[in-house]
Each structure stands twice: as structure tokens, then as C-alpha cells.
Design a binder for this molecule. Sequence first.
Ligand code: ATP
Ligand code: FE2
Length: 345
Amino acid sequence: MILGIESTAHTFGIGIVSKGKILCNVRDMYTTEKGGIIPVDSAKHHARVSDEIYKKAIDLAKIKERDIDAIAISQAPGLAPCLLEGMRFAKRKAKELGVPIVPVNHCVAHLEIGRITGASDPVLLYASGANTQIIAYAAGKYRVFGETLDIGIGNFIDTFARHCGMGFPGGPKIMEHAKSGKYIEVPYTIKGMDVAFSGLLTNLKQKFDKGEKIEDLSYSLQETAFAMLVEASERALAHTGKKELLLGGGVGCNTRLQEMCKIMCEERGCKFFVPEREYLVDNAAMIAYLGEIIYDSNNLKNNKSLKRFDADENTYGMLVYFEKDFNKLDINPRERTDDVNVRWK
Ligand code: ATP
Ligand code: FE2
């Protein structure tokens, strides 16, 4: 039984997984009235709510604390103060319970949680606020086939929405406005499998200032930005020869994006998977889920070769950290998806 902790940005969450089954997925989000996320304040939020979320998770999962075998933690990537708070909490709990810690990469967790939907080896279109990447596992690594060259898709949508006087988050509001809009020509930017949104953002803002209708702008925004994502995803499918597309990240809640992905997949003879909302947005169940896969593989490998995971030999990238090695376990705010040392597959 693995308890997972998520704390990369605004969400503090705890999820518990046993044998691939999610027993609970609890979270609390730091929000601001105006403007973006202030990392230090978000970290304070995490510190404030962590004990309560932990209790809630244990109750909801109907387990005893002593049943927990290990704690999985989102170690990377993210905002340093937030990651640190999660790590501090994980180490404290792990010491109390006498269990090891399994560090997990947040982006890889978004991909692997797709297994609960039936996807086995997908291309992931990871479309969240801060991240926009097309990721797949190939030749021993999780590779980024394409990504945004400037801002994340969610941040792009939220920035435009804020410019037009809508509150945060803008995504759901833009989706509503788009329903009664018609198309206006706006710039479409894709380079190979990479996309960019800042030109489109500037153009949309200018059109809004000139008095174009918000419905039409919302519609054109969605049709254009999502077509870019779908085109890049299709290239990644063609390039890798994979037959599954998985959607991840908060923007994946958008029903028009889901529909466009589905149509593209049908046309190529691929399968399309989208998890429920609670596993699309940042969540700790996915951290526990990947943590369990890594923990189990370590147990298997340890039986064969204990030495390989001896902390004194090679401290970087151990799969599982026991208390004697906690001082060697740190956050990794800038870890890239393709930096992940995959040794559990
Ligand atoms: P990460 O650290 O993984 O990048 P994040 O906080 O940046 O996380 P998420 O929590 O995954 O992002 O998602 C938040 C984003 O999802 C916001 O930008 C929000 O506007 C967007 N969003 C939510 N619902 C919708 C929707 N229906 N349509 C479009 N965007 C949406
Ligand atoms: Fe995320």
C-alpha cells in the first residue's frame, strides 16, 4: 500500500493506492483572488493543510497507518518552495511510520495514471496550466516529442480570459463563450511537433480591444490552439507508431479538445483515452500509482541485486530511499521528463 503526496504547485494532495486500485484521492488547492500563484504563499498553504488532508485520506481509504508500505512524493518538476514543503512532510511521516520514500516525476505520473483508463503505451498530450508537452515512452526513456516554445496552454487561456475581465480560471468560461461563437481568422503556429501561443495571445487581445465579440474570440481561440495540439499529437503518433492517445492536465477537461482528439484518433485508427477530471488535474493518486509501480519493481530487482541500490555506491536516482538515506533525497524543481532515470520498466 502506497501513500502518495502531490505538492508541485497550487495543489496539496494525498492519495492512497493498493495493487493499482485507488483507495482515496484527497486534495486542497491554494487560490488567489487576483494574479498568479505566489510560490511561498502556496507552500505556506501546503504546510497549513497537510496534516488535515493526511487524516482525511487515511479515513476515506479506511486503512490503518501501519498498513502503509511506502510514501511516494512528487519530487519534480515544480515550484521549489512547494516541492520542499511536500518533501518535508513526506520525510516526517516516513520517519514516524518507519517506511521508505519513493520519488516520482509529476509529468511521468500524468502519463502512467492513464493505465486506469485502459491505455497501455500511449502518447500523452499533457495540457495543463503551466505545461504543454507531448510525451511518450520510447527506447528506455520518457521522451518529449513536442512542447510549447513559450507559455503553457492553460496559462495562455487564463491570461486572455483575465485580459477580458473574466476571473480565474479562464478555461471553463472560455469554453462556455465558445459555444455560441463563430470563426475569425487568428494566427496558427506550429513548428514540427512544437507549438507557440504568445503570438496568438497578442492577436486575440488586440482583437478584443478593437471590440470583437468575446464569443467569436473564444471559439477561434479554442479551434486554433487545440488544432495545433492535435496536429502535434498526430505527428507524434505517426512518428512513434503508437496506437493510443491519452489526454492529461487540467485543459484536458475541455470537451471540445476531447472531441477533436477523438476525431483525429478515429481517423487514424487509434484509441483515445481521457481520465476522469480528478485524475486529469494535479492529484496525488497518480503519484501513489506510479510510486507503487516503482516500489514493486525495486523489490523485484532488489531480490536479484541488492547492491545496485546501495546508497553508498550511487546516490543519484535510487528508486527507493530508506531513512538512512533521507539526507540524500532532495527535490528536483527543473527535472525534465527526459532526464528521468527510468529503471523500473
Ligand atoms: P501543472 O503544474 O501540472 O502544470 P497547472 O496548475 O498548471 O498544473 P492544472 O491544474 O492541470 O494546471 O490545470 C489548470 C488549467 O486548466 C487552468 O489553466 C484552467 O484554465 C484549465 N482548465 C480547466 N478547465 C478547463 C476547460 N474546461 N477548458 C479549458 N481549460 C480548462
Ligand atoms: Fe500536472
